[in-house]
Design a protein around this ligand. Structure first.
Ligand code: SF4
Length: 399
């Protein structure tokens, strides 16, 4: 099956904002959403510096787009001010009120999420789309299973009893919105169709992917807390990405933005491995040597440089707080560009041996901590010096 090639859309690339291009054979973009409402005072002084630093950290970890809920004009003004302070493209998420969308486009806000079908009169839609076209601001249609148009909602039901399939209803709602964009000849458009169910998410995206070349933002919505949310998103996104469907992902979690980005990275990496395994198996069946198998562009859309973290689950032999250490170092490790493997192991009995392939590792050994490279111990230190020694060794790899 040949991979789906979606239309290319560029987001940002003006004023202080970096350009992010998605669709075509461009890398799949990871995004997340700011979890709280911001005020002007949040952007001032050291609080503002903290917010900017956090956004830079998210970018370094692999976040390509950052969305904010913009429920009123004041929120638009605050986000506009913030958009001028960072290079990461910011997205304004707006429901219903076209005036908020118009105001957002006065700032270096890179993308708008609004559904033209919810804006109201044709004249209001015209104003929003004209300004977006003039300002080079793409728009995402966000269709949600929980807020389908009333007529579709009424028809959703068991197909065997004459009801409309929920996935079909999501795709139809998206197509209605796309028709409005087409009418106004507005092309810089993306679509998301989200449901809290894995099957509905997969099927709705498959349906629309087969009918249009619009870039797709994929993810399971209201997916739950960390473990449940990652599991449900992985089930849906691995399936879609392995089929070549999806241009940007958001792993919605009742958890931090950082964990949403990490989950996105891990899911993309796992999808690339799945696709490579499938290619190798197909080649094997066709009698082609694995050395001659060339990964397609679709696999490369999912791969990125970066650290692979190996950490032991921990058991009664452990002499080192692997869980706390890993949690502390996650943002730093996920911000590195080097493609290395870092191991955090619980004990000296099995740690270095189990993680022989790791470029850098750390493990407990009684009241001491060992640092090892490729299975060989290079430093023995007191537990209190572990973070400092690890940082020094990491620095050597970075430079
Ligand atoms: S490395 Fe040691 S502590 Fe960790 S799981 Fe293996 S045996 Fe247990």
């Amino acid at each position: 099956m040949s991979a789906r090639i979606s239309k290319i859309v560029t987001i940002g690339g003006f004023d202080n904002v970096e350009a992010v291009t998605l669709g075509g054979d461009n890398p799949v973009v990871i995004q997340t959403m700011w979890k709280d409402r911001l005020s002007f005072s949040d952007l001032a002084g050291s609080a503002g510096e903290g917010i900017v630093a956090r956004i830079h950290r998210l970018k370094a970890m692999g976040c390509g787009l950052l969305r904010f809920a913009v429920p009123d004009i004041e929120a638009a003004e605050v986000q506009g001010q913030l958009a001028a302070m960072v290079s990461l493209p910011l997205v304004a998420d707006i429901h219903f009120d076209y005036k908020i969308a118009l105001r957002c486009m006065d700032f270096p806000i890179a993308k708008i999420r609004i559904n033209p079908g919810n804006i109201g009169s044709r004249e209001k839609v015209r104003q929003v789309l004209e300004k977006a076209a003039k300002s080079n601001i793409p728009i995402r249609i966000g269709v949600n299973a929980g807020s389908l148009p009333l007529d579709l909602r009424k028809r959703v039901g068991e197909p065997s009893s004459g009801g409309l399939d929920r996935a079909e209803a999501l795709a139809e709602a998206a197509e209605r919105e796309l028709a409005i964009f087409k009418e106004f000849d507005f092309n810089a458009v993306l679509v998301s169709m989200k449901a809290s169910g894995v099957a509905d998410t997969i099927r709705a995206n498959r349906i629309l992917a087969g009918r249009t070349d619009v870039p797709l933002h994929i993810g399971v919505t209201e997916a739950g807390p960390l473990v449940a949310g990652v599991t449900r998103n992985a089930a849906a996104l691995l399936t879609l990405l392995a089929e070549g469907i999806g241009d940007t992902v958001r792993v919605s979690l009742s958890d931090t933005m950082e964990n949403e980005v990490i989950a996105g990275r891990e899911i993309l990496g796992a999808a690339a491995e799945l696709m490579t395994a499938a290619e190798l198996m197909t080649a094997e069946l066709a009698g082609v040597s694995s050395a001659d198998v060339v990964s397609g562009a679709d696999v490369n859309r999912l791969r990125r440089n970066g650290v692979t973290i190996v950490s032991c689950p921990r058991c009664g032999r452990h002499g080192f707080d692997t869980h706390g250490f890993t949690a502390r170092w996650l943002p730093v490790l996920y911000s590195m560009d080097q493609s290395i493997t870092v191991a955090v192991m619980g004990c000296a009995v099995n740690g270095p041996e189990e993680a022989k392939h790791a470029d850098l590792g750390i493990t407990g050994a009684g009241d001491k901590v060992l640092i090892f490279r490729h299975g060989k111990v290079i430093r023995t230190i007191a537990a209190g010096e572990a973070d400092k020694a690890f940082e020094e060794e990491l620095e050597k790899i970075r430079n």
